[in-house]
Design a protein around this ligand. Sequence first.
Ligand code: CMP
Length: 139
Amino acid sequence: MSGNRTFTMIKPDAVENGVSGAILKQIQEAGFKIIALKQTKLSLEQASKFYFIHRERPFYADLCAFMSSGPIFPAILEKENAVEDFRKLIGATNPANADAGTIRKNFAESIDKNAIHGSDSDENAVIESNFFFSELERF
Ligand code: CMP
């Protein structure tokens, strides 16, 4: 059964480009409710922990360096069928392959600087949400 929450991060490229507000607007207009949201900046150590699942991948070091290079906006989102619907809204990992109108097509530069993260399963949505947010930060 699919859950009703997912986790996202607006990545350092999008924050630096000043498009966080536009991305949040697109997320809300697609019917997602914001349950938690903050601005923060990961240390290299924290980014390495968050992306530990990718530790064997050739892009792991660059990914951790990039994700700790500037502020991000992590958020928990709620909507029926949240994980799947949100991945449709953000589009393919590589913006060159993303459908027109998706967040990555609208705002991302490259597969590395791809503007936004979306959890790939209900299980990972819970793990990733718990990485950033306490129960007191969720409404
Ligand atoms: P995301 O799915 O949010 O989290 C892992 C990130 O690794 C992914 O976004 C991409 O930005 C980045 N990445 C870089 N190279 C690749 C690749 N070849 N395949 C998948 N992800 C990649």
